[in-house]
Design a protein around this ligand. Sequence first.
Ligand SMILES: Cc1ncc(C[n+]2csc(CCOP(=O)(O)OP(=O)(O)O)c2C)c(N)n1
Ligand SMILES: [Mg+2]
Length: 392
Amino acid sequence: MFCKGIRGKHVLKSESVSWVFGLCIYKFLQIYADDCLLKKVFEGSVDYLQVLDEKGSVDAALFPKGLDDSKIIEMYKFLSFTRAVDAKCISLQRQGRLVTYAPSIGQEATQIGSAMAMRQNDIFVPNFRQHGVFIVRGLPLDKFFLYWRGFEEGNMIPQSVKGLPYIVPVATQLLHATGIAFAQKYENKDSAVVSYVGDGGTSEGDFYEAMNFAGVFKVPLVMIIENNQWAISVPRSRQSATETLAQKAFAAGIKCLQVDGNDVIAVYKAVSDAIADSKNGATLIECVTYRMSMHTTSDDPTKYRKDEEVQAWAKRDPILRVRNYLTGKALWSDAMEASMQDEFKKKIDEAVEKAEAFKPDPKDMFEHLYSFMPKALKDEYDDAVNEKFWQA
Ligand SMILES: Cc1ncc(C[n+]2csc(CCOP(=O)(O)OP(=O)(O)O)c2C)c(N)n1
Ligand SMILES: [Mg+2]
């Protein structure tokens, strides 16, 4: 590095000069860079909630206060009834007695847990698969069968149910839900809105628009993503590159949580907490569940998913784990199960009979579109109300 100069003094060699110069520049840049480091302006994480595991054991620290065994038995009955109704609908459709049907088998905990968390004044806004929610909220069962037989009369939801009708256009219901939630706040009402969307629905513009509005106006909304891993034949992995669907809430500035959607107690707790906090704004809850059956009765899932996947999820069945919990505490027996199933069968058969006896009024096809009837329509109407027309 050093060498002897002409007068015998030690001087720096020229290559050493450039080395030291380089070091100075590096140090200078380091100090400058430290000064200019990007500041973190946002950081987020998503919590995951499970209370009741696959074996039926509960996490006592997370167990919701005030949830007693009688309520868990009630949950178990609703879970089982929803599955019995689903099984009946598939069977009826295969016999040509229902038009089409979208089963909820495997997703019952998400629906029953959330519906039981709602207070009487809360309003729910479904898509096309929330049968368990309608059941908990008291939709007369014959109306349910009527709708799935293809009669819109079945989709006229009684006021007491406090829910909107089934709706098929994916994610459009979220805009209605946000608007209704805004109205609750505007009118200073003590009620929240609970709405549902599938994993596929979270890719729709309506989903983001609804969340954005909910965030800005801090509306009392609980938006539940029923992530059943499939949107017809499109898997969750092709739906979004995000690790969770819950984190989409960050973009709208609303709270979020991911929940074991096959754990009715966790869903109940998450939705109860979100409703209790809804005066402070909306929450997005992703319930991780699985569609054990077909998308609808027109679909054949064996064409696009592996049986091993279905079998793995069967071990996480939402009903089985509640039954394990109850039998573990000697609160349920085979005899109780058998008498419950008999009771279900009777109830379901009566409702099917009533729905099948329904005679539509042909006038209904004409009466809801115009305030006055144009001539061409009036001619058709006259034919339709004429008994002989139908006999011909
Ligand atoms: C706007 C719109 N696009 C497409 C469809 C056809 N469609 C009906 S259900 C469905 C998949 C929905 O998947 P997801 O949101 O995950 O709900 P899931 O059926 O799994 O409950 C599609 C594409 C539709 N009904 N509406
Ligand atoms: Mg889905």
